[in-house]
Design a protein around this ligand. Structure first.
Ligand code: SF4
Length: 277
């Protein structure tokens, strides 16, 4: 019989593990206290979520869910780790990709922070529960997509850069189209699951490597432009730029394109992470 996890059950289990870890000294007391202040979901938990942009994937025939967990170093405050190994700059001084990262700047309401925190803690300290919840929710997604005549899709790295094909290979057995943007370019050297589509994500330090992957026809490259409309009109570095801000259904893009994205939020646009055409 399938176990449906409730928020209260999850809260109790995760806290029990954290208490245990604290006893063993693996989480400092201060970090534990901060983690304890995280507000846990009162009722049923959800790991797969949505966003305005992935909702537009429906117009392309894909019903898409997305996982938002703690970006970059956000989870260090409560005993986590850096989830974006190739991120540049820092949130504190607004530099690199971490400064303007939507993982920090969007969803800055307390409830979004709390949800990212408990999902991340569950992922780290109770991967069995995390897997059970994700598997259950992916099945619900498949059922709903079937009823609506859509292709089920999932973007597991909403604001992280986790190598899911290594840490959760079981996920790709589901008949779902997965996709992600990534700055961990070594991922393109290994074979990926056939239902996992990756786009290389340019930062202020990896431009050459991204362009070489594009030249070799291995993947498309996502670039954040200061003026996206101009980039779409003129192209960039000799490649056509498609407007990647209309929807997020990347697997239908084809190959040989720059996926142009626009600046979001109140950020310093002089940051070299943003490209001028
Ligand atoms: S790697 Fe991506 S998700 Fe991580 S901090 Fe940079 S922009 Fe954000």
């Amino acid at each position: 019989m399938r176990t449906i996890y409730t928020g209260l059950q999850l809260r109790a289990e995760v806290l029990a593990v954290m208490r245990e870890r604290m006893k063993r000294g693996s989480i400092a007391r201060k970090q534990y206290r901060r983690a304890y202040q995280i507000r846990w979901p009162a009722t049923q938990v959800r790991i797969l979520g949505s966003s305005e942009k992935v909702e537009h994937n429906v117009e392309q025939g894909m019903l898409t869910t997305i996982i938002y967990q703690a970006a970059h170093r956000e989870s260090l405050a409560y005993g986590g780790r850096n989830f974006c190994s190739m991120a540049t700059g820092s949130v504190e001084d607004g530099t690199g990709c971490a400064g303007p990262c939507l993982g920090h700047t969007a969803g800055h309401l307390r409830c979004s922070y709390d949800a990212r925190a408990w999902r991340t803690l569950t992922f780290l300290f109770r991967p069995d529960i995390w897997r059970a919840i994700v598997s259950y929710e992916l099945e619900l997604l498949i059922g709903r997509a079937e009823r609506e005549g859509l292709v089920p899709g999932c973007r597991p790295n909403g604001c992280t850069d986790t190598i899911y094909e290594v840490v959760a290979p079981w996920m790709f057995k589901a008949p779902i189209q997965f996709y992600d943007y990534t700055k961990v370019l070594t991922r393109f050297r290994r074979p990926l699951p056939s239902n996992y589509y990756l786009v290389a994500s340019r930062s202020d330090t990896n431009e050459e490597q991204c362009l070489s992957l594009l030249r070799d026809g291995i993947c498309n490259v996502a670039v954040v432009f200061r003026d996206l409309a101009r980039a779409v009109r003129l192209g960039w570095k000799g490649y056509p730029v498609i407007d990647g801000s209309v929807h997020d259904c990347r697997p239908i893009d084809g190959r040989g394109f720059i996926v142009g994205l626009c600046v979001k939020g109140f950020v310093d646009t002089s940051n070299p992470f943003f490209v001028e055409v």
